[in-house]
Write a protein of this length. Structure first.
Length: 226
């Protein structure tokens, strides 16, 4: 039996792990600015636990690899979903050292060196330690993420953990390519993702629908009656 305990559990944690209806959201750049961003500023969870890891106050013994560079550095360590032993279920998390990048939405060409560094050094560290090469790794970012400090997920292709579905995961290689093609891609793009019905952000999107003129709504907008 495998049990995960979250303490203290915030309302957001409880919502995340509760069974309920989900709704697809098409988050345009305008909606991000007017709905999502103000919500994040109000509801952001404490990141103290993460800063404790970055500053070696906690979990120092679990670190697999560390690049100490303040600009492009990161820490690579096992995700809590992984026991750290069963290689077939390998799941590692790369936490960047910079504290000014919340999510995919903040990424610009100025961050390409950081993204490429995490990609290259993360792959090299995993291959050296576990013998798993780049072609057997799934490297991705979540949007929306559980916590708003830029991080990447490294998982073994033989393992399908939660959160790898198309409305949640964005491959790091694709993110890099999109920024190379269009520098402000993630500031302009419409990003689609699923929200649970009791999520406060979901309620704000539904409320915004009632305020928008009918002509501006699309068939992919939230319909709470479905």
């Amino acid at each position: 039996m495998k049990v995960s305990i979250i303490y203290p559990a915030s309302e957001k944690h409880i919502v995340k792990h509760s069974a309920q209806h989900r709704y697809m959201v098409d988050e345009s750049a305008e909606r991000y600015k007017n709905i999502t961003l103000p919500h994040l500023e109000q509801e952001q969870l404490s990141l103290e636990w993460l800063y404790n890891v970055l500053e070696h106050r906690k979990e120092k013994e679990r670190i697999l690899y560390e690049d100490p560079c303040d600009e492009n550095g990161f820490i690579l360590l096992p995700d809590l979903k992984w026991d750290g032993k069963t290689v077939e279920q390998l799941y590692l998390l790369a936490l960047v050292r910079r504290r000014d990048i919340r999510s995919l939405r903040d990424l610009t060409p100025a961050h390409l060196a950081l993204l490429r560094n995490v990609q290259a050094r993360g792959i090299a560290a995993i291959e050296e330690r576990y013998g798993i090469g780049a072609s057997q790794l799934r490297i991705y970012l979540h949007y929306q993420p559980t916590f708003y400090h830029l991080h990447m997920h490294f998982t073994y292709l033989r393992y399908d953990p939660p959160g790898t579905n198309c409305e949640k995961a964005h491959l790091l290689s694709t993110v890099i390519n999109n920024i190379e093609l269009l520098g402000d891609y993630y500031q302009r793009a419409t990003l689609s993702y699923a929200l649970k019905e009791t999520d406060k952000l979901c309620a704000k999107f539904i409320a915004s629908e009632s305020e928008e003129p009918a002509a501006k709504r699309t068939k992919t907008d939230i319909d709470p009656s479905q």
